[in-house]
Design a protein. Structure first.
Length: 102
């Protein structure tokens, strides 16, 4: 976030996750956060694909998998610089895929 000049408040707002839940994830006090919530925070933080994969690994959840169509669509959005969760969810919906559960 610092690297991109983003505040925690801005990332939390952009992620669409409830404030308390998101701040607990960011502070490390929330154990076992959902994978989609981690993805939402990564996207809102403007992380690259590689950074997102690393964040998912640190969180102890499954990384984006190239043989899963939903994961591929999310990866394409990340690589394309999409940083709006709503737009990514609309794209997932266009392909009949589940939106990010935030």
């Amino acid at each position: 976030m610092e690297e991109r000049g983003l505040s925690k408040a801005e990332v939390v707002r952009r992620s669409g996750i409830s404030k308390n839940y998101a701040y607990n994830i960011l502070s490390g006090s929330r154990t076992n956060p959902g994978r989609d919530k981690i993805l939402a925070l990564c996207i809102a933080s403007e992380m690259t694909y590689r950074q997102t994969q690393h964040a998912l690994e640190i969180a102890g959840v499954r990384p984006l998998y190239p043989r899963d169509e939903r994961d591929v669509r999310i990866a394409i959005a990340i690589n394309g610089g999409l940083q709006e969760i709503l737009i990514i969810n609309l794209l997932l919906d266009e392909y009949g895929l589940d939106p990010l559960d935030i």
